[in-house]
Design a binder for this molecule. Sequence first.
Ligand SMILES: *Cc1c(COP(=O)(O)O)cnc(C)c1O
Length: 340
Amino acid sequence: MEINLISDTVTKPTAGMLDAMMSAEVGDDVFKADPSVNALEEKVAKLFHKEAALFFPSGTMTNQAAIKLHTNPGDQLICDKYAHVYNYEGGGVSFNSGVSCKLVDGHRGMMTAEQIEAAINPPDFYHSPLTTLVCIENTANKGGGACWDFEELKRIKSVCDKHNLAYHLDGARLWNALVAKNETAGQYGDLFDTISICLSKGLGCPVGSVLVGSESDIKKALRIRKVFGGGMRQAGFLAAAATYALDYQVERLAEDHRKAKEIGLVLESLTFIKKVEPIETNIIIFEIDENKMGSEAFVETLKEKNIHIIGMGQGKLRIVTHLDYTSEMHENLLGILRKL
Ligand SMILES: *Cc1c(COP(=O)(O)O)cnc(C)c1O
């Protein structure tokens, strides 16, 4: 039995999702004439209490479009040192927008309002880049699927308002945070100017992300998406998968979270594991005691047993639970780990 835990992006469409895709009504979305895409965009905008939404082929493109629409070349954005927009989007912040990142030394990918306020360049001091945007990531991926304290996000919003900064949320795994913390999409939409969400992570779609925002921001995003080459034609087949996922595959994220916590407990009991970071959602980040076993040797040992996980650098390893990680695989994995 092959058990792939490298990411929650490895999932394949469920039978129900495939049915929804096969029966989708489609049109040319570049002409805004795909009824399934239009319906998805309306649904997601409403869920987030926003005026509009736009379907994208990837989470990277939604984040990059958001950064582009909130900034001018030469500007600076503020994000945590672990941020996906800074570390894992190929340098797109500078390539696409001519913008630099001021990195904040946060905790598990999360910053405080004070840290953010201290990172803002004085707008009259024309020697330094103009700060125009704050980017938050929830859940924080490199932070181990960590969930923000919503009160802190509100405090950061006040800082943004005071200093006239746009406020963007990379919510690739926001669904995990909503389920874990019993929060609503609407409360996030009320707080942020723009939010990008992924459908191809925990929600199990093959492709797709959505950006939500005001009518005018989404109008700008439509032009940017065209420039980025992200306009798709009969994208309704993908939008139908997304609508299905939103209707049927959100609540089940709690199961991924439960399994992740159970894996964490077993890892903690192993003598050669130095540290398991707190587990709040579906991501487990842990360190091997290199005196007892190399982290690469550990990955190889698991690979021989048909279990796949990946390293995150600096001796840290990552396991991600997901829709295609069945209860049978889970029992199997726990048994194998306990015997190591
Ligand atoms: C996966 C991910 C994205 C988007 O990545 P794509 O591979 O382009 O879909 C953005 N932010 C975070 C935090 C992610 O984990």
